[in-house]
Every structure is written in structure tokens, then in C-alpha cells.
Design a protein around this ligand. Structure first.
Ligand SMILES: Nc1ncnc2c1ncn2[C@@H]1O[C@H](COP(=O)(O)OP(=O)(O)OP(=O)(O)O)[C@@H](O)[C@H]1O
Ligand SMILES: [Mg+2]
Length: 298
């Protein structure tokens, strides 16, 4: 699998997002309106607005400390914006908890691995499905038994499908903590997919991987977008991968959106080039923020 090119010709938005006869045409699956987030004196995000269409593979890029993870945390509910609002399928979800957002179809992975190291791969993935469980020990009376049994079988089937999809058959019984970093990242993706999210948030899914692992991961992401129909928000520092597989890209710098559009256009954008070259952009950079600016990735 790793030898195949990941390039997506044209990298244009999927048909369902642009089809004029589709009932949801043009209606975003997610929208951020005027989102600002402060941590004391630090402005992690300032008036960021954007929307994502169903079926898109949408990447968020920017230098270290630009606010990418903060934005994803505002989508997942881990952080609540200090100002502004976030909408999912047209509904204002700003006040919902992360669990409530997971239940309505927003799944995520973390920048730093968050697996249960002592548990098996299978159990880690099953944990991802607990939001979908209707029956637990409280409702586990005889009356519910057949339904619970059916539900259990459905969970197993769904988990096995994901294990096959991500080529994790060989390690399904292995204790997660004993596996290589690249495989653990894949298990984390499996757990996020197990929730069957409509919108999946991937925070640096390829960080720390070698080239081969990166190529594999890029292909899994393209496939989960195309085959499983999941809308993807991906944060990634590897520009080659971002440019190859994204439909659209948004660039953050100093917590502000400085560009958004097709990958090629974003790459040519003057503000983006400055942000990545590390030159000061007097139009966009607030001198107050500049003092707080952390280090950059070349
Ligand atoms: N929980 C927090 N408490 C205080 N400051 C925070 C917190 N989370 C983020 N920040 C600050 O907000 C800013 C944006 O951080 P964020 O983690 O969103 O950046 P990032 O773009 O994801 O960076 P990286 O590429 O390094 O992961 C940084 O200045 C960071 O120090
Ligand atoms: Mg981050």
C-alpha cells in the first residue's frame, strides 16, 4: 500500500458538496462564526470564521502556536470560545459538552496519543463505541436481553470492519502500549472511526511517522473520507501530504485566519508564504501578539 501514490487528481470538492440537485448542496456540516479564544492574556484565536461542506477533506495549517489545536478543540467541545459560536448541521452547538458532540457525530483524535496503553487494541476500539451503546447494565434486564445481544453483535461487526479497513488484524489482541508509535496512531484513528462520526477531527495524524507510515496514513484518511463518507478536518505540518489530499485548506497565524481556499491557491498566497518564511507581516501581526509568539517550524 505504501508504494502507491496518494495524489488525488484535481483535489476538487466531492460531488455531493457541489451537486446542485442535492438537497444539502451548499449547506455546511460545520460552521465557525467569529470565534475568539483567550487564555488569560494569550489570544489563541481571534475572530475566526469558516465553514466546511459535507464530504470535504479540510485541512488547517499554520506555524506552531498558530491556534490549530485550539480551533479543533472548539469544534470538539474541549474548549468553549470566549466569543463567537460554532454550528453543526445548522444547529448551534457552542454550549454542548464534548460527550454531547460525540453523540451527535463529531469524533476526534489527539495531537498526543491518548490510548489506554494497558488495554488491547480491540478494547481500545470498543471504547470508541460506547457513545453508541443504548443498553448497559442498568437496562440489561431480561426484557432487553435480545436487543442488547443484537446491539453487541452490531458493535462487533462494526469494529471488525474498522480493524480490516486499517489493517490491524495482526495486532487486535496486542496490548496497545507495546506497539510501535505508527501503529498506535492507527489504533487511535480506529477508535475515533468506531464512533461512526460524520465529522472526524484529526490533530496531526502523521506526526512522528516515517515516510512509509505517513503514506499509509494519508491513504487511510483519503479512504475514510471517500469510502466511509466522513467529513475530515485535519491538522498537519507535512505540506506535501496536505497539498496532495486536501480539498480545501485554511491557514492560521497568530490565531487569525490568513488564508482559505484550494491547496494550490493557498500555497501561492503572499501572507501564507510570509507566515511560513517567518517574516513579519505588518498588516496582520498585532505587535502585542508578536511578543507572545512561540517558535516556528521551518
Ligand atoms: N490550555 C491552554 N492554556 C494556555 N494557553 C494555551 C492553552 N492551549 C493553547 N494555548 C496557547 O494558545 C496558542 C495556540 O496554541 P495551539 O495549541 O492551538 O497551537 P497549534 O497551532 O496547535 O500549535 P502546534 O503546531 O505547536 O501544535 C499558543 O500560544 C498556546 O500556548
Ligand atoms: Mg497543535
Amino acid at each position: 500500500m505504501s508504494g502507491e501514490p496518494v495524489k488525488r487528481p484535481g483535489a476538487s470538492p466531492p460531488a455531493q458538496a457541489t451537486d446542485p440537485v442535492a438537497p444539502m448542496a451548499g449547506a455546511p456540516i460545520f460552521e465557525a462564526r467569529d470565534v475568539s479564544l483567550r487564555f488569560g492574556g494569550v489570544r489563541a484565536l481571534t475572530e475566526v470564521g469558516f465553514s466546511i461542506l459535507p464530504g470535504e477533506l479540510f485541512s488547517i495549517i499554520g506555524p506552531n502556536g498558530a491556534g490549530k489545536t485550539s480551533m479543533v478543540n472548539c469544534i470538539s467541545g474541549r474548549y468553549r470560545p470566549t466569543q463567537g459560536a460554532v454550528f453543526y448541521k445548522g444547529r448551534d452547538i457552542t454550549a454542548l459538552t464534548p460527550n454531547q458532540r460525540a453523540t451527535i457525530g463529531i469524533g476526534r483524535t489527539f495531537q498526543n496519543l491518548a490510548l489506554f496503553g494497558h488495554m488491547t487494541v480491540l478494547d481500545n476500539i470498543m471504547v470508541g463505541r460506547h457513545h453508541l451503546l443504548r443498553n448497559n447494565f442498568l437496562t440489561g434486564s431480561l426484557y432487553w436481553l435480545s436487543r442488547a445481544r443484537r446491539e453487541e453483535l452490531e458493535h462487533r461487526r462494526a469494529v471488525e470492519e474498522i480493524i480490516d479497513f486499517l489493517d490491524l488484524q495482526n495486532v487486535r489482541k496486542a496490548v496497545a502500549g507495546t506497539l510501535s508509535y505508527g501503529v498506535r496512531k492507527r489504533v487511535e484513528l480506529a477508535r475515533a472511526m468506531a464512533l461512526k462520526p460524520d465529522l472526524i477531527l484529526l490533530d496531526e495524524p502523521m506526526a512522528g511517522m516515517n515516510l512509509e507510515e505517513k503514506e499509509d496514513m494519508a491513504r487511510y484518511i483519503v479512504d475514510l473520507n471517500e469510502e466511509f463518507g466522513m467529513t475530515v478536518v485535519m491538522i498537519e505540518h507535512d505540506m506535501g501530504v496536505v497539498m496532495d489530499i486536501s480539498h480545501r485548506v485554511m491557514v492560521l497565524d497568530f490565531g487569525r485566519k490568513i488564508a482559505e481556499g484550494l491547496p494550490e491557491a493557498v500555497l501561492r498566497d503572499e501572507h501564507v508564504r510570509r507566515a511560513y518564511l517567518g517574516e513579519e507581516d505588518e498588516v496582520l501581526v498585532d505587535p502585542e501578539d508578536a511578543a507572545l509568539r512561540p517558535g516556528r517550524v521551518a
